[in-house]
Design a protein around this ligand. Structure first.
Ligand code: FAD
Ligand code: SF4
Ligand code: SF4
Length: 465
């Protein structure tokens, strides 16, 4: 069959903006089988597979897409799952536009193949239609500990379990998934799917110890004393950064981390059916311009805020959030205040009443290559809000580095690793994901978990020989 040369991706059906701001259901509805087949036939089946280079876990992209085009979804799913243990997650939240799709040759004269949408379609189909199988794996009895059950830890655990290791994940919270569960909102990533996909990924006898904080409940050195032969640290970068301005301690100021955790993991959107409430004003200012800021703003809107502002100190071109998230936020009526930085949170009787901001202009590029925002003198102005959500990034919790002697870390708290193996300065300890890179992406964390698993295997095999 000749390829479909339509320069545009098959559009994905979505809930209309006016409808979706009243609910927490998923925004993008996914392809139908016909739409998936039509999109799959846009793939040219390139022999040199440039798209695969862009995927940190090396999904066999042309191979799985070929099976979609042929209508063999069971085989497509098998191919996908051989490299990616969380395809329904990645199909939804991967920044495909800067990973696999940016290298797709179809992108040279039109839009790239919608690799993420097809991945999501196949993963969702498999969840509904294929029985969950428990693979028979011969165990080797070697114990490995994983600290943190986010994408990095889950991937490392899944890979090692597949190789026969006796793997235990120690997770501080009462649910696995890390940011997939407590950060990314339900309307972008339904938690039912995350839980199901995690259960599949760990369906190889991985043990799970929830509510265990490594560094507090048990230290890394104690894990070795308990017989673990290697430890992988994937504890993320969930300690929120603050603006350090006057008024930041007022009632009504949240870190995005706390706000989203309350809403997503503790289901505050379903209060009083669920016990966790979250108070939100009529007017909300979200400080920051990344994915986290977009998620917090769109969540605030769904909780009933009438005016939601994104306050960002650079311009629209510099917004670090994914284009798709910015587009969705605009459609939902989020108001962007660019080149604006808060200098004070204004209070009354202990509660937020507004923020004082200054206008900024862009100066010379800084070390990140982006133009540095500079304050315009005398440009101070106030605007009224009742809630402020701070979404300006995070760093790793210091607990691990404070309780693990011999572990080299960066000034900002990230763990130093050898990038080829994810090995740290401490014998037998590996690390990956946001705790190494700072806030990054799900797929980079998964890639790091996979790389570490293979390096752990190689090191332990050498030891045994
Ligand atoms: P995490 O996901 O943070 O997981 C770390 C886990 O370790 C958590 O479960 C935590 O509870 C646990 N933990 C922490 N300390 C300890 C301890 N001492 N002992 C035991 N367990 C511990 N990326 C994308 O690719 N696309 C997106 O659309 C996107 N949107 C995002 C939206 C939000 C709101 C946020 C916050 C992030 C978003 N990201 C997105 C980034 C992405 O989620 C992260 O890069 C990724 O989750 C990092 O994975 P990780 O496994 O390193 O850490
Ligand atoms: Fe692309 Fe992410 Fe899928 Fe890899 S996992 S093919 S980067 S969407
Ligand atoms: Fe298909 Fe694009 Fe990959 Fe080529 S680069 S195989 S067209 S997805």
């Amino acid at each position: 069959m000749p390829p479909n040369m339509n320069p545009k991706k098959v559009p994905i059906p979505e809930q209309a903006p006016q409808e979706r701001i009243k609910n927490f259901k998923e925004v993008a509805l996914g392809y139908t089988p016909e739409q998936a087949k039509e999109e799959a036939t846009r793939c040219l089946q390139c022999k040199n597979r440039p798209c695969v280079e862009g995927c940190p876990v090396n999904v066999k992209i042309p191979e799985f897409i070929k099976k979609v085009a042929e209508g063999d979804l069971a085989e497509a799913s098998k191919i996908l799952a051989s490299e990616n243990c969380l395809p329904a997650v990645c199909g939804r939240v991967c920044p495909q536009e800067t990973q696999c799709e940016i290298l797709c040759v179809r992108g040279k004269k039109g839009e790239p193949v919608a690799i993420g949408r097809l991945e999501r379609f196949v993963a969702d189909w498999a969840m509904e239609n294929l029985p969950q199988e428990t693979p028979q794996i011969k165990k080797n009895g070697i114990k490995i500990a994983i600290a943190g059950g986010g994408p990095a830890g889950l991937t490392c655990a899944g890979e090692l379990a597949r190789m026969g290791y006796d793997v235990t994940i120690f997770e501080a919270l009462h649910a696995l998934g890390g940011v997939l569960m407590y950060g990314i909102p339900e309307f972008r990533l339904p938690k039912r799917l995350v839980a199901k996909e995690i259960a599949n990924a760990l369906n190889l006898g991985v043990k799970i110890e929830k509510n265990v904080i490594i560094g507090k409940s048990i230290k890394v050195d104690e894990l070795f004393k308990e017989g673990y032969q290697a430890v992988f640290i994937g504890c993320g970068a969930g300690l929120p950064s603050f603006m350090k301005v006057e008024g930041e301690n007022l009632n009504g100021v949240y870190s995005a981390n706390e706000f989203l955790t309350r809403v997503n993991l503790m289901k505050a959107y379903d209060f009083p059916n669920n016990p966790t409430p979250v108070k939100i004003g009529k007017r909300v200012a979200v400080i920051g311009g990344g994915n986290v800021a977009m998620d917090a703003a769109r969540t605030a809107k769904r909780l009933g805020a009438e005016e939601v502002y994104i306050v960002y100190r650079r311009g629209e071109k510099e917004l670090p959030a994914r284009l798709e998230e910015i587009h969705h936020a605009k459609e939902e009526g989020i108001i962007f205040k660019f080149l604006t930085a808060p200098v004070k949170v204004i209070g009354e009787n202990g509660w937020v009443k507004g923020i004082e901001c200054v206008e900024m202009e862009l100066g010379e590029p800084d070390e990140s290559g982006r133009r540095r925002p500079v304050v315009k003198k005398g440009s101070n102005f106030n605007f009224p809000v009742e809630t402020v959500i701070v979404a300006i990034g995070g760093t790793p919790n210091p607990l691990i580095r404070q309780t693990t002697p011999g572990l080299e870390t960066q000034k900002w708290g990230g763990i130093v690793v050898d990038e080829a193996t994810m090995k740290t300065s401490k014998e037998g300890v590996y690390a990956g994901g946001d705790i190494v890179t700072g806030a990054a992406t799900v797929i980079l964390a998964m890639g790091a978990g996979k790389k570490a698993a293979h390096a752990i295997h190689e090191a332990l095999q050498k030891k045994i020989r």
